[in-house]
Write a protein that binds this ligand. Structure first.
Ligand code: NDP
Length: 342
């Protein structure tokens, strides 16, 4: 959304109420019924789970992206069986999420029979968080790792111009209590959406987040947005992971590398035309039974706590989800106004 953010809640909505509202917005801006449903559910779920950068904050971007014609809101994904343990999906220049949903049952079946499966989604756009893409696979008892290459904002280690996207990755495994242990993070020092949020909130960024347009380190989010660049997390190590994600998201799926995305002919475009790869593993093929595997996960989680880790990745997200289930999803006043305008 464009204006500064007010944190005052205006209204509390249930998940189905929020999905219905977002679905109506998507449909109004030209998506098919199935795309509207998939994107609205994804975006509302991200908001429910407390994502400041990939929930309702993204709705204005979805709308301007659809209006720009850069993404096809009516695309019908094509799924191709590319091998015993390989599915290829062509998102048809639409969003990746409908392609993922279309391929999901077959991907799960293949993983169970072959022990593993790669799902390579090309010709796609992705504006959401990744945890919602891996969580359903872990809920089905599988290990899931997903990567997406995205809009170019990140300088390769030691370099001076943007090359990689903020290239997120998410990893999820089933736990013994039916819950999921996962992490989901950009490989940039900070996700681009978080930089936008910081700019709106007039916050300074930690050292090592990015460079200004002249290539000098800056803590100003606006300087990064105005022709500057982000750094990879963890120096050369994060830079190599960003490289890997550009390969798995771009080269493996037959899609653009982050730096090849060109939306200049589509004013208002707000996504990357790239790819997403999901690697699935059936843990029962490696360690006897699901119960034995999840038992090992609990063993590690306990050891993490004993070693002093005070919270697990994903805990903030699950706490936000629980709160939303109890009292509804809090929609801030400014966001509510903007949603109604859309
Ligand atoms: P964060 O740095 O906020 O969080 C990264 C991960 O670390 C999360 O799993 C988080 O769990 C966990 N975590 C955070 N703090 C702690 C802690 N103190 N102890 C243990 N674990 C912790 O995420 P990013 O800013 O890197 O990314 C934000 C989102 O942006 C992601 O969802 C990503 O998918 C999305 N994104 C999407 C892109 C796209 O093209 N679609 C591009 C780039 C990013 P928790 O959730 O519980 O806080």
């Amino acid at each position: 959304m464009t204006a500064s953010l007010s944190h005052e809640p205006a209204i509390y909505l249930s998940l189905p109420e929020l999905i219905a509202m977002l679905e109506a917005i998507m449909l109004r801006h030209g998506t098919s019924d199935s795309v509207a449903r998939a994107l609205a559910t994804n975006c509302a779920s991200a908001e429910r789970d407390g994502s400041r950068s990939h929930g309702l904050f993204r709705m204005a971007g979805y709308v301007s992206n659809l209006k720009s014609g850069f993404v096809d809101g009516r695309a019908v994904p094509q799924i191709q069986d590319a091998g015993t343990a390989f599915l290829r999906a062509d998102a048809g220049n639409g969003y990746a999420r409908p392609a993922l949903e279309a391929a999901m049952p077959q991907a799960i079946d293949k993983t169970r029979s072959a022990g593993a499966c790669v799902l390579a989604i090309g010709n796609a756009h992705h504006n959401g968080p990744l945890w919602l893409d891996v969580e359903p696979f872990a809920e089905a008892g599988l290990i899931a790792l997903s990567v997406v290459n995205s809009v170019t904002y990140v300088v390769p280690h030691g370099g001076h111009k943007r090359l990689y996207g903020t290239n997120p990755m998410a990893f999820a495994v089933p736990r013994a209590d039916g819950q999921v242990l996962l992490f989901d993070q950009a490989t940039a020092a900070m996700a681009h959406g978080e930089v936008k949020v910081a700019a709106l909130e007039n916050k300074l960024l930690p050292e090592g987040t990015g460079l200004d347009a002249s290539g000098l380190p800056t803590s100003s989010p606006q300087a990064i947005l105005d022709g500057g660049a982000l750094l990879a997390f963890g120096g050369h190590k994060g830079s190599s992971i960003a490289m890997m994600i550009d390969i798995l998201g771009g080269a493996l799926t037959g899609s653009n590398f982050s730096h090849q995305v060109n939306s200049s002919a589509y004013p208002g475009a707000d996504s990357a035309h790239t790819g997403q790869t999901i690697i699935l593993i059936d843990p029962t093929k490696g360690n006897g039974s699901l119960r034995m595997f999840t038992g090992r996960i609990e063993e590690l989680v306990e050891a993490m706590a004993e070693a002093g880790q005070t919270r697990l990745p994903g805990e903030r997200r699950l706490a936000a989800r629980k709160l939303a289930a109890e009292r509804g999803i809090a929609i801030e006043a400014e966001t509510w106004k903007q949603l109604q305008a859309l």
